[in-house]
Structure formats: C-alpha cells, structure tokens
Design a protein around this ligand. Structure first.
Ligand SMILES: NC(=O)c1ccc[n+]([C@@H]2O[C@H](COP(=O)([O-])OP(=O)(O)OC[C@H]3O[C@@H](n4cnc5c(N)ncnc54)[C@H](O)[C@@H]3O)[C@@H](O)[C@H]2O)c1
Length: 319
C-alpha cells in the first residue's frame, strides 16, 4: 500500500480524500525543518507538499519516492533537476489556483486606484469632510492600459476581469501564440520594454526561473509612467524589492501591490514594510474558502490518480 506524506497541513477536504481512501496509508508532517523532513520522508512513496523545501539532500535519501503532488502551481521549493534525474513525477493543481489569484490582483488594483486605505482611515479618524478637498490621486480603470506579463492560467482569468472594466489589455509571454491572446481580447507584446512604456498597470504572473528572476528592476521601472502601478502575485524574486522601494520613494512609479516576497515572511528590516505606497498581503492570493478547498482536493486527487494510472495530462509538470 503506497505511503503518502502530507507535508504541511492543507484544507481538511483534501486530507479527508486521502485519509478515507483505504488504498493509501497517510501521515501529516507539520514540522517542516530540514532535519525532520530528512528523517521522515525516506519512508514514503508519495508526498503532497504545501510549504517546506525539498532539496537535493532530502531527495537523495528518498529511495521509494515516486511522486510529489504540489499544493499549488509554483514549484520553486523543489529541486527539479534531481526529480528529473530520479524520474520522480511532479504534479500541480492546474486551474484550481487561477480564479482567486486573478481576483486578488483585481482587488489590489482597485484598492490602490481608489485610495481605499486612505478613505477607510479618514472615516475612522473622524476626517470624513477633510478628504473632500484633498488633491485626489484616485483614478478610473476605464480605458487604462493593462500589461499582463505571463499569460498562463492566471493571466487568462485576469484578462476577462480587466476587459469587464473596459481596460485595454496587452500580454507579454514569449511562449504563447498571439492568436490565443487575441481570441481572449488582448494584444500580444513582443518587446517587454515597449509594453512597460505604455502600461498604466503591470501585473506579473510568471513562474520564478533563472530568466524571470529580477526581470523587473529599477532600469525597467524607469521606462514606466510615473502614474503606473505594479502588482506582483507571482513570486518575490521576479521583482527586485530594493529597486521597487526606491522607485516608489523617488516617484518613478505611483504604487504597488505585493502578495509575495523574496524571503517569506519578509525580514523586519525590509523597507517595503514601512513604505505607504505599497499594499501587502501574506502570500494570500489563494486564501479563499473555495480555492483552498479546491487546491487541497486536487492535490490529493492527483496522488490517487497517479497511483491508479489515471492522471490528467494538464496536472503533470514536464521536467
Ligand atoms: N500568490 C499566490 O498565492 C500564487 C498562486 C498561484 C500561482 N502563483 C504564481 O504565479 C505563477 C503563474 O501561475 P499560473 O498558474 O498562471 O502559471 P502558468 O504556468 O499557467 O503560466 C505562467 C506563464 O508564464 C509564462 N512565462 C514563463 N517565462 C516567462 C518569461 N520569461 N516572460 C514572460 N512570460 C513567461 C509561461 O509561458 C506561462 O504562460 C506561478 O508560477 C506561481 O509561482 C502565485
């Protein structure tokens, strides 16, 4: 009987799916320290993985391991080179993690463009009337140019929401055919810098790779409009955090929304934590009832389907 390690707790719906299946033996592992993972994981045939780093040393000890089912779609916490060498399959949760992140991106755009935090505070602080004659920075989304960098599952959900606000949508993704973007109502951009010059709003939905690491730095932000905003819900390393902080302070761009950080949780000293021009959330783009349940169920279902030779192609990462 395959032994499955549920590494890091996930929504009970997913845990139940595995635990109630008599064909599997499961154990939840909550201590994510390397010492614990290295001592526990060698006993298992399959792993579901939320947080926790699975590096080469841990994988080297896992002689029985056949599959890792990631809770989510990013897998930068796993040494994929070793997975490939050892022919261990890597599975992701497909489109279960697309709607909530796309809604989170819209929430961040709306929060910034409507000066929500300022308005909320002004009412609570008894400054209801003071706000009326302030110089207002809020702006309409109508007619604004949106640049989506990374036109995958999230990008495809995001474009529908942006078009609902009657924005003009551009997409930069060298791996997606222009017809796919045009069919969904967008325009393909072949040169990132050209897109950045035009964009009122930039949203990043790319995986973290050698190519995307720090793809948005000060030099790139200097190409953007002073009124523009950047939203990053992908991975922290995609944008250079010190450069972003400088760009906000020097009014090179207007605002930003970050759900992800290069180091999570971010260091207390990270200057962005004190910067009022950025809004922050704790890697929470998927923290909705629906998304957390769907992701956990899909993570568990992928394990079941793997051992029953019944996997959907779209869940398999081609390493
Ligand atoms: N904040 C969160 O909670 C959260 C939730 C889900 C996903 N994510 C992150 O968002 C990323 C995107 O998710 P997805 O489901 O849309 O993934 P996806 O794989 O469906 O789409 C990613 C897209 O990025 C494109 N891409 C790759 N390299 C690129 C580059 N150098 N320039 C431009 N485009 C490039 C790919 O062609 C692909 O179309 C994930 O990799 C994950 O890291 C974060």
């Amino acid at each position: 009987m395959p032994k499955i390690a549920i590494v890091d707790k996930m929504h009970q719906d997913g845990i139940n799916l595995l635990k109630n299946n008599p064909k599997f033996e499961c154990e939840i592992i909550e201590d994510l320290s390397k010492e614990n993972l290295i001592s526990k994981l060698p006993n298992f045939d399959g792993i579901t993985l939320r947080r926790g780093k699975i590096d080469a040393e841990i994988l080297g000890k896992c002689k029985n391991l056949r599959v890792i089912s990631r809770h989510g779609v990013g897998y930068d916490n796993i040494d994929t080179k070793i997975l490939k060498e050892k022919k261990i399959s890597l599975l992701v949760t497909g489109t279960t993690t697309s709607v909530s992140p796309a809604e989170h991106i819209m929430f961040m755009i709306l929060n910034i463009s409507k000066s929500f935090n300022l308005f909320d505070k002004s009412v609570r602080d008894g400054k209801f009337d003071t706000v009326m004659h302030m110089k207002h920075e809020s702006f309409e989304l109508f007619g604004k140019k949106m640049l989506i960098v990374g036109f995958g599952r999230i990008g495809k959900q995001l474009i529908k929401r942006c078009l609902g606000f009657e924005m003009k949508v551009y997409a930069y993704d060298p791996f997606v055919d222009k017809k796919v973007i045009e069919k969904l109502g967008g325009k393909k951009i072949n040169n990132l810098e050209e897109g950045l010059k035009e964009a009122d709003i930039l949203s990043l939905s790319v995986p973290l790779t050698k190519d995307t690491y720090n793809m948005i730095n000060l030099e790139k932000m200097k190409k953007m409009k002073k009124t523009s905003i950047i939203i990053n819900t992908s991975r922290g390393g995609v944008i250079n955090e010190n450069d972003l902080n400088a760009a906000l302070d020097k009014e090179i761009i207007y605002g930003a929304g970050l759900d992800v950080f290069e180091k999570e949780p971010p260091d207390e000293k990270n200057p962005l934590l004190k910067n009022k021009k950025v809004i922050l959330s704790p890697h929470a783009a998927t923290f909705t009832k629906e998304c957390l349940s769907n992701m956990a169920v899909q993570t568990a279902q992928n394990i079941i389907d793997f051992f029953e030779n019944n996997l959907k192609e779209s869940m398999i990462v081609k390493l």
